[in-house]
Design a protein around this ligand. Structure first.
Ligand code: NAD
Length: 417
């Protein structure tokens, strides 16, 4: 079988959206290539005195609409094609919600759970030093992604500041509040997923109360989305993490599950309430109203798509659905709200954090949440209209909105020299 390459997914989507818009090739040709790719070798002194070398990357896909923006992932399976795809998705995400940013992504090939906290800190600091020429508040601003968190962002901010000789809080977002992080950032992506889920239900004329939801991934995105959706009155009947999933037809006790995960538990061991243990594959094919993949890319492939029974898919993760699967879901009339819109809450509030940092002021949480809602719902409306106008899928609608903005910026700026 041909190896899955997420960057091919990106290229296919760009070509399809450009064809629908009848965009001249010159307007989007450069978007098929990342602007810069950096690969680094990161030596780390382990606690036992051994030196181990980890591979890391930073890819800047596009700076056409502003500084590059994108998270840093620590994961044992990362490789360059995945980082390129993640960087490109950031370009389109920032464009679809109309933020003045381009797209980037970073990653280190590591299983962070196998490192002590001190080893993780040394790895983060050395990685930051190695990608230092690329990053900066006016150039490229990292943020958290899979297996990275506010502590790690704090170490990045400190390392960058030490090497510059002064404090630079705007170099990274998703930081702890005490060093310039924004209120509302840690819950922003999950909040955005909740807002988008509520909005799509509303548009399709479905009720919110007792709508059944299954979520793959109980991390920063899936865990928060589960809590906020349950608060809205939806019934989260299934959740999964890397160890497996749990199902309860009457709805799970989300507060208990999230606490259990925060305490370091894995769902395979969850028995606080009476649940049925299921596999990740079973979760993805459950008969529910809404399915939210919020873990990794390439989860809904051709085989899974043929068996999906949800009416709506809201993509919390980046790239969870393959192009082939997308076509199958469309023929089954399953509505897919694409990642670049559905999980944009994180980068929207990262933008607020960056704005607060460069202006040296702070917003209260209410202002953050209200402005997030305003921006994400406005983007939803624009995507909805474009989708209806072209009788397309929401993914194509979102890419068309983004491509038009990117194409316009490219035309205005022209090609250097
Ligand atoms: P996280 O590390 O906080 O959580 C990841 C969750 O996915 C965990 O519950 C983990 O157990 C589970 N998981 C990992 N591998 C899995 C597998 N193979 N099968 C099933 N479950 C698996 O990460 P996160 O920040 O919540 O990110 C999740 C997804 O959302 C990623 O695709 C990420 O790129 C995307 N995303 C994150 C943000 C953000 O602000 N954190 C913003 C936009 C998009």
């Amino acid at each position: 079988m041909k190896k899955y390459n997420p960057y091919n997914n990106v290229l296919e989507t760009i070509e399809a959206a450009a064809a629908m818009l009848k965009l001249p090739k010159n307007d989007y040709e450069a978007l098929k290539y990342p602007e810069r790719e950096l690969k680094v070798a990161i030596p780390v002194e382990m606690d036992n005195g051994d030196v181990k070398v980890f591979e890391g990357y930073r890819v800047q896909h596009s700076s056409t609409r502003g500084p590059c923006k994108g998270g840093i992932r620590f994961h044992p399976d990362v490789e360059i094609e995945e980082v390129k795809a993640l960087a490109a998705w950031m370009t389109f995400k920032c464009a679809v919600v109309n933020l003045p940013f381009g797209g980037a992504k970073g990653a280190v090939n590591v299983e962070p759970k196998k490192l002590s906290r001190a080893e993780l800190r040394r790895l983060t600091r050395r990685y930051t030093a190695m990608i230092l020429p690329l990053i900066g508040p006016e150039k490229d601003i990292p943020a958290p992604d899979i297996n990275t968190n506010a502590d790690i962002m704090g170490w990045i901010m400190d390392t960058y500041s030490m090497l510059k000789g002064y404090s630079v809080s705007g170099v990274v977002t998703g930081k702890p509040i005490g060093i310039g992080g924004s209120l509302g950032r840690s819950t922003a992506t999950g909040r955005g997923v909740m807002l988008i889920t509520s909005e799509i239900l509303h548009r399709l004329g479905f009720p919110v109360l007792d709508t059944t939801v299954a979520i793959q991934g109980v991390g920063k995105v899936g865990g928060v989305a589960a809590s906020l959706l349950a608060k809205k009155g939806m019934k989260v009947v299934a959740l999964s993490d890397v160890s497996g999933g749990i199902y309860k037809a009457e709805g799970l006790n989300i507060i208990k599950v999230v606490e259990f995960i925060k305490d370091g538990g894995h769902l395979i061991d969850y028995n606080i309430e009476k649940v049925q243990h299921i596999t990740n594959k079973e979760l993805l094919t459950l008969k529910v109203d809404v399915l939210i993949p919020a873990a990794m890319e390439n989860q809904i492939n051709k085989e899974i798509a043929n068996n999906v029974k949800a009416k709506i898919i809201v993509e919390g993760a980046n790239g969870p659905t393959t192009t082939e699967a997308d076509e199958i879901l469309a023929t089954k009339n399953i509505i897919v709200v694409p990642d670049i819109l559905a999980n944009s809450g994180g980068v929207i509030v990262s933008y607020f954090e960056w704005v607060q940092n460069i202006q040296s002021l702070t917003w209260d949480e209410d202002e953050v949440n209200k402005t997030l809602e305003k921006i994400i719902i406005r983007a939803f409306n624009e995507v909805w209209q474009k989708t209806n106008k072209h009788k397309a899928t929401l993914r194509m609608g979102a890419y068309m909105v983004a491509l038009e903005r990117l194409g316009e910026a490219k035309r205005i700026r022209g090609i250097f020299p």
